[in-house]
Design a protein around this ligand. Structure first.
Ligand SMILES: Nc1ncnc2c1ncn2[C@@H]1O[C@H](COP(=O)(O)OP(=O)(O)OP(=O)(O)O)[C@@H](O)[C@H]1O
Length: 312
């Protein structure tokens, strides 16, 4: 099988882009039927073929405006007291002065993360605020591309990561549906079917024919969710934002999501709602300041996590 190498983006120059220093950092491998993976992927590959493999993934965010004297003072003080550093690092990733680039401060969002997810696994990502859950999900979704390490994703991927993911805010909701249908390689009849399905589910009325930039966040969630769940992918990557929206929509969303989750080979979901993870996940990866603290069956990891929450 040939692999589909996505070349890395040049190193980001703003603080919102992770550091990009290695050439071969991210590989998205196409499904064996030739379908393309990712949001722009074509058909869904055969069931049971999906795979996620992450090897030694490290991801830094350079902060170019991090030169405040007070921050640097704190960092230098902490460097002289490494024990205090460990304790202080329970919110967010590690903040440090980049050893290769004098003056630039970096946030280490992920540090040497490795794991493999096979078909049938439903994986929950847990951890404190800023532990690296969303960053990891974005790296799996190909949003953050070039970092030291390697991410291999095999199969079609759908992401429910943020309300705007894959959406052109200048286009109307309906135009976005059509655009995504074309990216998925759907024929006209299938496109019409998709449009009808998303329209019925999202229930945006006349707003479907208005630009997405006019939508409230709840309305954007409706459209993004309806679109992302209209066709079951091999791999579903989901941030907990889908829990937003009004109560009636949440009930509908849960039913529809259950069907998609059933149909997907692999689910990766981040959430602070441990009961949601208990219901849906077979395995939990617990992140702490960007590193894997524990990785194992749902009950074992959640028990350990809860025990730690009670004592800390
Ligand atoms: N665009 C960015 N620019 C700079 N730093 C970032 C960026 N995105 C995330 N970070 C940093 O990376 C670390 C991990 O953030 P991430 O959003 O992955 O955490 P999380 O586990 O999803 O947190 P939460 O549970 O609070 O949503 C944090 O320290 C955060 O400050």
């Amino acid at each position: 099988m040939t692999s589909d190498l996505i070349s890395p983006k040049p190193a980001g120059t703003d603080a919102t882009k992770p550091d990009a220093t290695r050439a071969d950092s991210l590989t998205h491998t196409p499904a064996e039927d030739g379908s393309k993976p990712g949001r722009t992927g074509n058909a869904v590959s055969r069931k049971g073929e999906a795979l996620i493999r992450v090897n030694h993934l490290t991801l830094d965010f350079p902060i170019f405006h991090g030169g405040a004297r007070s921050l640097k003072k704190t960092l230098f003080r902490r460097a002289r007291a490494p024990i205090a550093k460990t304790r202080a690092a329970r919110t967010g990733g590690e903040v440090e002065i980049d050893p290769n680039d004098t003056g630039v401060v970096r946030v280490r969002a992920l540090v040497d993360v490795s794991f493999t997810i096979r078909p049938g696994e439903r994986v929950g990502l847990i951890g404190h605020n800023g532990a690296g859950k969303s960053t990891l999900l974005r790296a799996l979704g190909g949003i953050y591309e070039a970092v030291p390490g390697m991410v291999t994703v095999k199969g079609s991927v759908e992401t429910l990561i943020d309300t705007n993911s894959g959406m052109n805010r200048e286009l109307t909701g309906r135009e976005n549906i059509q655009l995504q249908a074309r990216h998925k390689g759907l024929r006209t009849a299938q496109l019409r079917q998709l449009e009808k399905d998303v329209e019925a589910f999202a229930q945006l009325g006349e707003f479907l024919d208005l630009p997405v930039r006019l939508y409230s966040s709840g309305m954007a969630i409706r459209l993004g969710f309806a679109l992302a769940t209209a066709i079951a992918p091999n791999i579903l990557l989901m941030d907990e934002w889908f829990m937003a929206g009004d109560a009636k929509f949440q009930d509908k969303a849960k039913d529809r999501l259950s069907a998609v989750v059933e149909g997907a080979d692999i689910l990766v979901i981040t959430s602070h709602a441990l009961n949601v993870l208990e219901t849906w996940c077979t395995r939990i990866i617990w992140l702490e300041s960007g590193r894997i603290r524990m990785d194992g069956p749902t009950t074992a990891v959640l028990d350990a996590y809860r025990a730690e929450m009670e004592t800390s």
